[in-house]
Structures are given as structure tokens and as C-alpha cells.
Write a protein that binds this ligand. Sequence first.
Ligand SMILES: Nc1nc2c(c(=O)[nH]1)N[C@H]1C(S)=C(S)[C@@H](COP(=O)(O)OP(=O)(O)OC[C@H]3O[C@@H](n4cnc5c(=O)[nH]c(N)nc54)[C@H](O)[C@@H]3O)O[C@H]1N2
Ligand SMILES: Nc1nc2c(c(=O)[nH]1)N[C@H]1C(S)=C(S)[C@@H](COP(=O)(O)OP(=O)(O)OC[C@H]3O[C@@H](n4cnc5c(=O)[nH]c(N)nc54)[C@H](O)[C@@H]3O)O[C@H]1N2
Ligand SMILES: [Mo]
Length: 669
Amino acid sequence: MRQVQRTVCAHDCPDQCAILATVEDGRLAAVRGDPCHPFTGGFLCAKVHRYPERVHSPERLLTPLRRDGPKGSGAFRPVSWDEALDEIARRWQAIIDQRGAEAILAYAYSGHMGLVSRNLPRALFHALGTTQVEVGTVCDTTAEAAWQMTYGPVSPLDPESVVHADLVVAWGADVITSNVHWWPFVERALRRGARLVCIAPYRHRTGRRADAFIAIRPGTDGALALGVAHVLFRDGKADTAYLDRDVRGWRAWADSVLPGFPPSRVEALTGVPAGDVERLAAWLADSRAPFLRIGPAIGRSALGGHSVRAVAILPAVLGVWGRPGAGAFLESSYAFPVDYEALRRRALLARPVRSLSQVQLGRALTEWRDPPIEAALIMANNPAVTCPDAGRVRRGLAREDLFVVVHELFMTETAALADLVLPATSSMESEDVYRSYGHLYIQYAPAIMPPLGESRPNAWVIQELARRLGVVDPVFERTVPDHVRALLPPNEPALAERVLAGEPVKVPPTGGPGRWGTSCGHIDFEPPPDFPMEEAASPSTGDDFPLYLVTAPGRFSSHTGFEAVPSLREREGAPRCLLHPDEATRRGLHDGEAVELFNQRGAVGLTLALEGDVPPGIAVVEGVRPSAAYLSGGPINVLTPDDLADMGEGATYQNTRVDVRRLARAAAG
Ligand SMILES: Nc1nc2c(c(=O)[nH]1)N[C@H]1C(S)=C(S)[C@@H](COP(=O)(O)OP(=O)(O)OC[C@H]3O[C@@H](n4cnc5c(=O)[nH]c(N)nc54)[C@H](O)[C@@H]3O)O[C@H]1N2
Ligand SMILES: Nc1nc2c(c(=O)[nH]1)N[C@H]1C(S)=C(S)[C@@H](COP(=O)(O)OP(=O)(O)OC[C@H]3O[C@@H](n4cnc5c(=O)[nH]c(N)nc54)[C@H](O)[C@@H]3O)O[C@H]1N2
Ligand SMILES: [Mo]
């Protein structure tokens, strides 16, 4: 039997595509972009295009597995679900009785972006009182905290409105690589005469298409933005009438902070020539409708929150909010009228929970006491590869006295360190509801094929554990359609029913002039947006290493989520270190040779690629790949620090300093 069904791409990506999937005799035969979805626009990215290969990969886990040898040896034997779940319940109960639930660390992350898959697990963790990730993630919590502090939880811009912009600034966002379905909208603006400016440490794919590219030292965007504001005020281009009307605390900010950011000092802080600071300010001042696309990447540094904030306020300084296509866009998430607590059920918490920033997972597993972590449940995340200071994460997971359970589709390096591995369904085999963070559509997706083998969705695992642990709450009994009804506003029952009918439903943006989400109701410049360089110093920055390491998304990979697709592995190719030819010459290194990036945390072998688009002083590695992809010592996150950013407990990947040298033959072997 052959059927075409609507579903949604569940990957952690702003595009959240609507898919038309062809299922033949219970197998996913083909996928294409749903032409009815304005943002997906009828095409899929190079990765998701290969979805049948991923779903039916011979590497899929099909039964629960129990470790059958020393930790990390890779020896496992199949066990039944009952055996696995009973063991988890028994061991967790013993830990709860002896040490308290905080000795259990449990979280589900963004490997599956369905609202049920991501949020229902938290209800169980809240009910038990386990240690969990309440705030900080490796992704965007710094950027979100900075945004909320300034504008509140609102998403005022429809990304599709960029077609009306006359200036598009991709500020720390490689649109063509990581947000490719927005690119056609940008192109429409460009065809109508808009100018595209890219600001990033190296000229990436989008940068090569830009009218102007500004190379910035990683982690210093706040200084550049304040320099731009300095010039706007100096030249009388700031809209003080708008600032008076809609911004709290702007005068104190303009008087106290801005004088410290003349273009000459900005050049010293950021590496951006003073003339470029002036030019960027002039383009913004001359623009009727500037659209600033802020990539969460600029938040992943010691002063990342300050940076996001300083960039995000520029439309307020210019007084352009409210014009079609004008403003700053970080994420669309806040536009959705979703009551996450209906699933997370924080109300089930008996007392405040011990919270972990995902960034410091390794620290928690190796250093925490009172109580130490004795059991861990990791769902939809591959932290042994993607977390900063991955070496420490691995040492933590490898503890013989730590009971590790990993729920996964594939035998990732994280799963390989588990005591029990539980097989997860792919999104094609699970029912869920999705809201984007890069556009304004919400969509329900039924399971379109039966689970492969004994694989089961996150929600099922959580329901079974709740039952075994005697946790009772209506949330664990609900069906997915009932979850959808509970998540969406009760006074708008028609919205839930439209969503459940399976069509992509668009919600309006929220916030805007006079309607901000802050407690004062205005755009909030208190505390004053600043860039306090002196606070950026962090113990593990390792300033003695001369190069900044920039880790950027891979085009044919999404973190490690497509590693089980050989054709994509091949297209992404072996990991490369992109370096300016002068840096190579200085070290006697040649294009294509085996090198290693190293710092105080480790050394990672990969292939050198000389690249004029990378400025001197910077090493770029695209894609976060599993260890086996590197010549030695991987993954790349062995080198990155686990310090927290200034806001939102986020990661500081872009604060990594390294050097590069020829890889000794023995290590390469
Ligand atoms: N193909 C692909 N798509 C993806 C992903 C992927 O891995 N692969 N990942 C998905 C996920 S989880 C997310 S969160 C999103 C967004 O993922 P992000 O990682 O935020 O990616 P981008 O927004 O593209 O931003 C990356 C670009 O920012 C630049 N950058 C790095 N540091 C700085 C800095 O300090 N300042 C400035 N100005 N620029 C900097 C880098 O040059 C890089 O090209 O993309 C999603 N989409
Ligand atoms: N150096 C450096 N490191 C980074 C970044 C960077 O810019 N630089 N970016 C960071 C960012 S933005 C992010 S978001 C993280 C992403 O980091 P991760 O969340 O670790 O991303 P993935 O490697 O895709 O791992 C997700 C896993 O979830 C599994 N999975 C998929 N669907 C399901 C499901 O339904 N249930 C279960 N149980 N499992 C499922 C997949 O098979 C996959 O192995 O990486 C971060 N790491
Ligand atoms: Mo992310």
C-alpha cells in the first residue's frame, strides 16, 4: 500500500519544514517539501531530503540493550522493555530512598523538537524532584535571556516580512547553511534592491553572497553594536522621539555607556576597522526598513548576552520598529500561545529542584556532591560529542558507579557509555505537535508508519516509568491530541482543532511599539546595554593560545543527527580546519596536510584547508562530528570550555583558544 501523508521535520532547526512523506507497506519511501507551507516552499534541505536513509538506516537500534562488559566496551545484549524499565524503576527508587531524587539527573533535549517529546519528560522529573535542566542549554538560552530582558517574551517580526526590507543584516547567522528556507525570502528583498550585510568571524556561505562582509573577532559583537549606536547618536541619527516614547532608561544609557565606544576603541576590541563601524552605522541610518537577523551563535561566548542585547536594541535606536520588514529577529518562539506548563507540570514539584546547566554536564557528573549524581537519563541528546568540555562529559559518563540510561535511535558515543540503551522511534513513527522558532507556523503530525522493531517514542517511555514509579497525574494519561488541546488556549478551541486537522497554522507575531512584553511595558534599557570587557576574562579561556576557534554548523550535518546516513557523511566530508594561508606559512604547514588543533584541554587531529575567507587569527571547524570522523583525539568539543555565558547559563563555545601544529604520524595512524 502506498500513501502520501503530511508530517513535520523534527530536527532542531529554525525552518521546521512541512513534509509530504510517501509510505509504502509501512516503510518511508520518499519525502518532499510540502508546497502548501509558505516557509518550506516545497523544497527540503540536502539533509532531510535523505530521510528514508536515516529512518531505515541499518544502524537503527531496534531493541533495548543492557551493557554486557566494562563500561564503554561497546558490548551489549538485548533485553526486554519490561526488564529494562523495571530495572530503571528499581534502581531509581533505591537512590531516591537513600540519597534523594536529586542524585538522579534526567533530561530530554532537542534531538526531537516535538512539544510532547521535549516537555512531557519534565513532568515526570518534576514529580520525582530529580536534578534537571531548568534553564541553561548549549543552544540559545543566553540569547533568549538577553532578548527577554530587553523586549520581554515577544516575537514581533514575521520572518517572511523580510521581503519588505531594504537592508538585511545577517548578524552571526549563516542563513544558507542553517536557515536555508528563509533564504528565498531574503533573495526576494535583494531582487527589489535591498543590501545584504553579513557580520561573522569568517566569510561563510551567506557571507560570500553578501554586498558587504564585516569580519569580527568572535564574541565581541556587543562592542560593534554599541559603536554603531555611538555613531548614530553622534551624527544625530538616533530617533530620540521614539526612544522617549517607547524605551525605558535610554538617556542614562546614552550618557553613561555610549561615550565609551568610539569607532577607534571598537576597532581595538573587535578587529572591525573604524571605517567599517562608520559605514555600518550609515547604512542603518539610511535604511527605511532594516531587518537584523540575529543568530543565537553570537550568544555563545562569555559576554554573549551583552552582545545579543546590544545588537537587538539597534532598531529601537533607529526608531524603525513597526515598519513592515523592519526590526530585529532572534526567534519566533514567543509568538505561539502555548502553555508549556500544561506538559511540564512544574506544579508537581514538592520543593525547588536542583538545576543543572547542560553546559556543565561534565562538571556535574565528575564533581557534584551532596548528593553526587548516581543515575542519569539522557534522551534526544548526544552530549559526549556536542557538549563543551566533552572529555570531562565522557569521564563522567564512564564512571563505573553511575547508572546511565540513554534513549536513542542510534548507538551514539553517549549511548555507548550507557548501562541501558532504549530504542527511540524516529519522528515518522511518533505523533507530536511542532512550533517553529524560525517562522510562525504550528503543525500537528501523526505517526505515519509503525515503530521500527521495538523502538518507542519519548512519551511512551515516560508514561511507562511514571506508572512503575507510582507517579500519578492526568498528564501521563493524556493522548497527544489531548496534549495539543491542553497546550493551546482554552478560549480558542477552534485553534486546537485546526492544528489537529494537520494543516500548518500561522499565528500572528506578538509585541511591537507600545506592546512589549517587559514588566514596564516598554523596551527596557535598564540595566544599560553595555559590553564590559573586563568581565569577559574566564579562567579557561586560555589566552596564551593565539588562535580563536570558531565552530560553525555543517551544511550536510545537523550536529550528529545525520551521522547514520552514509551519503551525507560523505558529502560533509572529513572534518577540516579552515585557516588563513599566512597562519599556515608561519607554522610551515601546507594545504591538505594532517594537523592538530590543541589547547590545555586536548588535541584534535583533522585536515588542514587553507582558506582566504578566514581572517588570520582564527581557525574554523564546520560541523560537530563524532570522534571517529577525526584523525585523532576528537570530537572537537574536547577543546571547548564549559564556562557559562553572562546570561541564561548558556555555552561559551566561541571563547575557545587554540594553536595548530603538524599531526605526528603515530597519532594520525
Ligand atoms: N545545516 C545545519 N543547520 C542547522 C544546524 C546544523 O548543525 N546544521 N543546527 C541547528 C541549530 S541547533 C541551531 S541552534 C540553529 C542556529 O545555529 P547557530 O549555530 O546559531 O548557527 P548560525 O545562526 O548559522 O550561526 C553560525 C554562524 O555564526 C558565526 N559566529 C560564530 N561566533 C560568532 C560571533 O561571536 N559573532 C558573530 N557575529 N558571528 C559568529 C559563525 O561564523 C557561523 O557561521 O541552526 C540549526 N540549523
Ligand atoms: N563546538 C560546538 N558545539 C556545539 C555547537 C556549536 O556551535 N559548537 N552547537 C550546539 C547546539 S546549538 C546544539 S542545539 C547542540 C545539539 O546537540 P545534540 O542535541 O547532542 O544534537 P545531536 O547530535 O543531533 O543529537 C541529538 C540526538 O537525539 C537523537 N534523537 C532524535 N530523535 C529522537 C527521539 O525522538 N527520541 C530520542 N530519545 N532521541 C532522539 C538523535 O539520534 C541524536 O543522536 O550542539 C551544540 N554543540
Ligand atoms: Mo541549537
